[in-house]
Structure formats: structure tokens, C-alpha cells
Design a protein around this ligand. Structure first.
Ligand code: ZN
Length: 289
């Protein structure tokens, strides 16, 4: 799932490549991904693509009318776990079943929302540009995780009696962190995913805040270095513990352990995060019942 650093680098690269282009036409093959019908997707034809920015883990592509007819429009895109928004220099074959939304630009380029796998969960909404911040997907977002909010605000976000792992992934509490970067942030802060946020002292809260900046800022710096003009299908995520169960912890050498949930895996270093305790793997305990 693309999270703040992955969506941010996507927005930056798309903005660099596509801003200023004229839209020739737009279509949504199958119509499944487009959640709005007014204004129609056709309204993009003849507009200028103004730019691409990020809102939480979503992308906002902004369009302005040419010649002063109609208002500015914005395509709000949520990639969910398997979507990608990419610019291609050729148009998609209409047989490409991964295509969800195609925005054809002058010069033969095409901005394409694609989704891999069998689930169709990625979505887009075409909205009046000034309606983006009022849309419920955006208006309920907490402050961005990067740059991390100031200490006092951050402490307020964590003042909830919830486990750190789900709390940090709650977009309404803090925006941009998902299942990959939460493992990295908690490992960097040397805190258990099952610690209750309200039980942290101020020094521990500050460690999480610093880890947000270190992990997400570090990832973004990495992407700026290694990603060229276009963002590949699979980003080279600089992960140290997530998806690394069974490998030695890069800091202390202990074996990275994992807890499997229905649709994700939590990874952590028992030596540094849980006082040496290996947490119960729910997948195994279910099998043993
Ligand atoms: Zn360790």
C-alpha cells in the first residue's frame, strides 16, 4: 500500500511531468473506480492539468478550464493497496484490464489509474477544486505525519487509550502512515506496537515524533535519489523491519518477529521493543484451536 512517502514522490514526479498539459479526453473503463458522476469525467476535456499534490495517502490532480468556461476541477484519487497513478507516453490498450481511469493528454501521453490484482478497491472522485477539502475522505484527515506535527500537537494526537499500531495508522488521528511505515516508526522509536498511547511518558512520545520524521523523511530522500522521471510499479522501499520477519534486526541482531493478522503482518524486534517477549501470533493460535 502506498503510504505518505510513496504517494508524495508520485505526486512530485507526476507534477513535474504533466503540469501544463492539455486534456484531450478522459474515460473510466468499466466505471467501477469513479465514485462521482457530477461533474462528468468528460468535463476534463479541454482543461489544463494544473498540478498534482498529495492529501494524506491520496493524490489530487488539479485541472483548470481554458478560456474561462466552467470552474476548476480536481480528481481525488485513493490508490488503496494495489492502485498506481502513472504517466505513460502511449495510450492504454482498451483491453488492459488493470486500467481504471484514463486521462489522455496532448502529445500522446496518458495519465492512467491502474490497479493490480483481482480486487477493485482503488477509487477516484471528480470534484469542483474547492470541494476537495470538504470531501469526507479529506476533511477527516488528521495532520500529516511528515513533517511531524509540533511536540504539543503530537502529544495531543497520542492522548488516546489505544494501542500504538492501530492509532498511528488511523488517518483521522494522523495522516500518511500505513502498515509498512508504522512498523518502521515503532522500531525506530524502540516501542512495542501494543503499548497504549496514554501510557507513554513525554520522552517516549517525542521518540515517536522524531521517528516519523526520520522514517518518512528518510524514505522521501531515498526516493528523490533513486527514482527518475517516472515512478515504477514497485517502489524500492527502504524498509528495515517490515516484511523482514526471521532476519536479524539491523540494530541489535535479534531475530525480527511477526504477528499475522487477517490482511497484514506486523514486524518488530522483541529485544528492543517488547522487553524480549515474543508476541502471540494470532494466525498460529487460530490454527491450534
Ligand atoms: Zn533490535
Amino acid at each position: 500500500m502506498p503510504e505518505l512517502p510513496e504517494v508524495e514522490i508520485t505526486a512530485r514526479r507526476l507534477d513535474r511531468a504533466a503540469a501544463g498539459a492539455t486534456v484531450e479526453s478522459a474515460l473510466a473503463p468499466g466505471m467501477v473506480a469513479l465514485k462521482t458522476f457530477d461533474p462528468p469525467l468528460d468535463a476534463l476535456a479541454g482543461t489544463t492539468l494544473q498540478g498534482v499534490r498529495r492529501a494524506g495517502k491520496m493524490l489530487v490532480v488539479e485541472f483548470a478550464p481554458q478560456g474561462g468556461t466552467g470552474g476548476e476541477l480536481a480528481l481525488l484519487v485513493h490508490l488503496m493497496s494495489a492502485g498506481r497513478l502513472q504517466l505513460f507516453d502511449k495510450r492504454a490498450s482498451l483491453r488492459d484490464r488493470a486500467s481504471r481511469i484514463l486521462v489522455r493528454l496532448d502529445g500522446g501521453c496518458e495519465l492512467r489509474l491502474r490497479e493490480f490484482g483481482t480486487q477493485q478497491r482503488a477509487w477516484a472522485k471528480l470534484l469542483p477544486a474547492d470541494g476537495v477539502d470538504r470531501d469526507e475522505a479529506v476533511s477527516k484527515l488528521g495532520p500529516d505525519a511528515f513533517p511531524a506535527p509540533p511536540a504539543e500537537e503530537f502529544a495531543g494526537i497520542l492522548d488516546q487509550p489505544r494501542h500504538l499500531h492501530p492509532l498511528l495508522r488511523d488517518q483521522r488521528a494522523i495522516a500518511g502512515i500505513g502498515r509498512s511505515w508504522v512498523d518502521e516508526i515503532l522500531w525506530t522509536a524502540r516501542l512495542s506496537p501494543f503499548r497504549k498511547a496514554t501510557e507513554l511518558d513525554s520522552e517516549e512520545v517525542e521518540r515517536i515524533r522524531a521517528a516519523c520524521d526520520e522514517c518518512m523523511g528518510g524514505a522521501l530522500e531515498h526516493y528523490e535519489e533513486v527514482i527518475g522521471d517516472s515512478v515504477p510499479d514497485k517502489l524500492p522501499m527502504p524498509l528495515q523491519v517490515h516484511r523482514r520477519a526471521g532476519e536479524p534486526c539491523p540494530r541489535c541482531g535479534a531475530r525480527i518477529e511477526s504477528v499475522h493478522f487477517k490482511d497484514y503482518v506486523m514486524c518488530y524486534c522483541p529485544e528492543e521493543q517488547t522487553g524480549g517477549r515474543v508476541l502471540k501470533d494470532r494466525r498460529l493460535s487460530r490454527l491450534l484451536k
